[in-house]
Write a protein that binds this ligand. Structure first.
Ligand SMILES: [Fe+2]
Ligand SMILES: [Fe+2]
Length: 164
């Protein structure tokens, strides 16, 4: 079974399976970066890592925004603005990496720690609770933590991207 790291350990399911699964995948990616930074081995992985992170985030934000529209969620505007900020940040990080910026791993970790985690525990929770309390059609069950590996993450994100 894959190691459960610092970010994914803090994961608590909200009860909406698709969103929980995507959150867990993103937190597992954060752990992958954390492990690489701990071992001092980020330069060789940052290019592909940022690409996978962007693919996962874009797909995840699209999923949430479609759900918010489907359920006429009143907080959709504010929530989508937060996604827009993150979409711009990951694009900027990839551009900085392509330009040879050295502290890119630290900047990426700061983004994951300071933006992503509070977002998941804040506005994401509010929106999920709204959807669950206003819909009889959403399939609700507590997810088990899947055994996630970096390779499995990449496959899932790629599959999500291909089917989008
Ligand atoms: Fe989310
Ligand atoms: Fe969100």
């Amino acid at each position: 079974m894959a190691e459960v790291g610092f970010f994914a350990t803090a994961f608590t399911g909200s009860g909406m399976l698709d969103i929980d699964s995507q959150h867990y995948e993103i937190l597992s990616l954060a752990d992958e970066l954390h492990r690489a930074m701990t071992s001092g081995n980020t330069q060789s992985m940052m290019g592909s890592f940022l690409e996978r992170l962007q693919t996962c985030l874009e797909h995840h934000f699209d999923t949430e925004e479609q759900l918010m529209a489907m359920h006429a969620y009143v907080g959709a505007g504010r929530h989508t603005l937060e996604h827009l900020s993150a979409r711009e940040t990951i694009r900027r990080l990839r551009k900085s990496f392509a330009g040879g910026s050295l502290p890119i791993a630290f900047d990426t970790m700061q983004f994951l720690r300071d933006w992503l985690k509070p977002h998941m525990l804040g506005v994401d929770r509010e929106f999920i609770e709204f959807v669950l309390s206003n819909s009889a059609t959403v399939v609700v069950r507590r997810p088990r933590r899947p055994p996630v590996t970096p390779a499995a993450d990449a496959d899932r994100c790629a599959a999500a991207s291909d089917s989008a």
